[in-house]
Design a protein around this ligand. Structure first.
Ligand code: PLP
Length: 485
């Protein structure tokens, strides 16, 4: 393509995107299709020669777009509903056009400088020291892996040199977290060779929080047994129910025992920007390392996670390794971002965050986040008023966990009643998602199967949430009537 053709095709693509968003409420969130059908429709011969863009775009519109799950849909409430805002989408295009590799300051000076700027802004938004080391990475899972690698090295000190050396015994190394922590903590331990069994998943309290005394007791027990504590991973915004561990109290325990505190605030970190949550948000300043996800709550397209470490130099001690072909001049302003994680080639992630924060400003972000919080409050109010529904847990974030428990079921044992309720709730999720009217996900708590409604899409309106509630109750009643028959 010549640049002029690129522009022409770009216009066609932008028109397609515009049309998509202008009619988004008529677009099913997803259209169920079997994997075999999908593969059959897409599997064609490897093209020998180039094809027209019109044909490629046409096939994309017909064969691909209808069958994605539209995460960027106002009726998407699954997992953690993230959304890609328009400034972020456009910035991704420019970032691809420039195709900067921000591995070294020398290889991407303006991209590296911008990364420092946005890391500072994001730190201000979540209340973390701006002078901390920081780097943008692709996701929270890898950030936690990097944090635990640095924590392991810090805990081992000079012994780190004998890792992997035959005949040198090291103590068992332990990571502490709660039974609500994200699976990425265990995956990190597996990847680092710490062993999944050495992640102690401590029992959380009835609100899903890891208590400081529970942690203190576990560390003391381990120390008495000669086990070496490496790190504690606290979560602010747990995946299942949106609980937040008490970071300052856990930090005190960690400080007492000299243990690294990593905070996974992938979901919860940015909600403090919403005015009504500013006072209830956990103070994150005491975390040795921190992860927050602009691609979860800050309207950034996938993938961008901010990873910070206030122990200056600790990340570089673990990850800095400079072969001759990557040497470059240094000065005080320079950060070679390849030194702060194992990743070398890095895309220009800072651009989309810069555009988004500049487009909305702190105030605009606060208004949008607050809007989601209010929608969740409205939904919780409806659930509370309905005799057959309840919220088994309440999060401060706009994650609503709800469960249909019709009273009318008589003559059943407690356990059969629970099984029936579990089945009904699973059927409601299945029917709603299959209808394409909305998309929700689920979790399982002590109470049983629970429907999770995560509100966070930038375009979700009160009317959308009202429609969701209507659909949930309609489907629930239909399912219940069928099982009563
Ligand atoms: N931490 C928490 C609390 C999460 O909920 C998730 C994903 O939902 C992750 C970490 C993993 O995030 P990512 O997909 O960015 O790796």
């Amino acid at each position: 393509w010549l640049p002029a053709e690129f522009e022409e095709h770009g216009r066609e693509l932008l028109a397609t995107i515009r049309e998509h968003f202008e009619s988004i409420r008529d677009v099913p969130v997803t259209v169920p299709r079997s994997s075999a059908d999908l593969m059959a429709s897409l599997r064609t011969e490897l093209p020998e020669t180039g094809e027209d863009f019109a044909r490629i775009l046409g096939d994309t519109r017909e064969q691909v777009m209808p069958y994605v799950v539209h995460w960027n849909h106002p009726s998407f409430y699954g997992y953690f509903a993230n959304s890609a805002s328009f400034p972020g989408i456009l910035a991704e295009t420019l970032s691809a056009a420039l195709n900067v590799n921000a591995m070294l300051w020398k290889s991407g000076p303006a991209a590296s400088a911008l990364e420092r700027v946005v890391l500072g802004w994001l730190a201000q938004l979540v209340g973390y020291p701006e002078e901390a080391d920081g780097v943008l990475v692709n996701g929270a899972s890898l950030a936690t892996l990097y944090a635990l690698a640095a924590a392991r090295d810090a805990a081992l000190g000079d012994d780190v040199r004998v890792l992997g050396t035959a005949g040198r015994d090291l103590p068992v190394l332990r990571v502490y977290t709660s039974d609500q922590a994200h699976s990425s903590v265990e995956k990190a331990a597996i990847t680092l060779g710490l062993g999944q069994a050495n992640v102690l998943k401590l029992r959380s309290d009835e609100q899903g929080r890891l208590r400081a005394d529970t942690l203190d007791e576990a560390i003391r027990r381990d120390l008495a047994d000669g086990v070496k504590p490496v790190a504690v991973v606290a979560t602010v915004g747990t995946t299942s129910i949106g609980a937040a561990d008490p970071v300052p109290a856990l930090a005190e325990v960690c400080a007492r025992h000299g243990v690294w505190l990593h905070v996974d605030a992938a979901y919860g970190g940015f909600w403090r920007v919403a005015p009504s949550l500013a006072d209830s948000a956990e103070d994150l300043t005491a975390a040795d390392s921190l992860v927050v996800n602009p691609h979860k709550c800050l309207y950034a397209p996938m993938e961008v996670t901010a990873f910070y470490c206030r122990r200056r130099g600790a990340l570089a001690r673990t990850f800095r390794l400079v072969p001759e072909y990557l040497t470059s001049p240094q000065d005080d302003e320079i950060v070679d971002f390849m030194d702060l994680s194992p990743q070398l080639g890095r895309s220009f992630r800072a651009l989309k965050v810069w555009w988004i924060i500049r487009s909305f400003g702190r105030q605009g972000l606060a208004d949008r986040l607050e809007h989601s919080v209010r929608l969740a409050e409205w939904l919780r109010g409806e659930v509370a008023r309905h005799p057959d529904w309840r919220c088994p847990v309440t999060s401060i974030y706009p994650l609503v966990c709800l469960r249909f428990e019709p009273e009318g079921i008589r003559d059943l044992t407690e356990s059969d009643r629970r099984k029936l309720h579990d089945m009904l709730n699973a059927d409601i999720v299945g029917d709603l998602n299959a209808s394409g009217d909305a998309f929700v996900s689920h979790t399982v708590l002590d109470d049983g199967y629970v429907i999770r409604v995560s509100i966070g899409n930038i375009h979700t309106s009160r009317a959308d949430v009202e429609r969701l509630w209507r659909r949930l109750t309609e489907i629930a009643e239909r399912r219940y009537a069928q099982c009563a028959d």
